[in-house]
Design a protein around this ligand. Structure first.
Ligand code: NI
Length: 179
């Protein structure tokens, strides 16, 4: 596990982004792929590193590290949201949305506001990575963090010990909110 090397003071952020009215837009792998493409598209011109992530049907949690001296995550989120909104087929949405509204970014796809937290130190980083990986369990989608497909846990080589620790934490309120 090499997350410690990913911690950059002042440049590492945790985000929670929620869909409008908590619509379950990411309930299928096609829409998650469209979301993934939107990230890659924006990263070409506005680089950042996704340290950890989980995508739930109606929201996502992520940790990013931005390049040194660059704190402009709002522009990145605006571009990602816009790209996804343009690319998502209308029939993936559970309410009718006209293409013209969708192209103007007026479609009810994202909540406008999102939660941001600047990661304070490596301990804070570890807590938030654990929060991310435990999230599908906390929300009741799966019994075990490894069972959730759209999570970085499978890429981060968690060992049995850290997974047991994770599972023991499930009853703790790690954060002041739980979306
Ligand atoms: Ni959540």
């Amino acid at each position: 596990m090499n997350y410690r090397r990913n911690y950059v003071p002042g440049g590492t952020y945790f985000f929670t982004v929620v869909t409008c009215l908590r619509r379950k837009l990411f309930a299928n792998s096609q829409s998650v792929q469209i979301l993934r493409n939107a990230f890659h598209y924006v990263q070409q011109n506005h680089p950042f590193k996704v340290v950890s992530h989980v995508v739930l049907p109606d929201h996502l949690h992520m940790i990013w590290t931005l390049p040194e001296g660059d704190a402009d995550y709002p522009v990145r989120w605006r571009l990602i949201k816009g790209k996804f909104s343009r690319d998502i087929p209308s029939d993936f949405l559970d309410i009718p949305v006209s293409e013209s509204r969708k192209s103007r970014g007026e479609s009810p796809i994202w909540q406008r506001r999102y939660w941001e937290h600047t990661i304070r130190d490596e301990h804070d980083m570890e807590n938030h990575i654990n929060y991310i990986h435990l999230n599908p369990v906390k929300h009741g989608y799966v019994d075990h963090p490894f069972d959730w497909e759209f999570s970085s846990i499978n890429k981060q080589g968690k060992d049995r010990e850290s997974i047991r620790f994770l599972m023991e934490m499930r009853d703790f309120d790690l954060m002041e909110f739980d979306i």
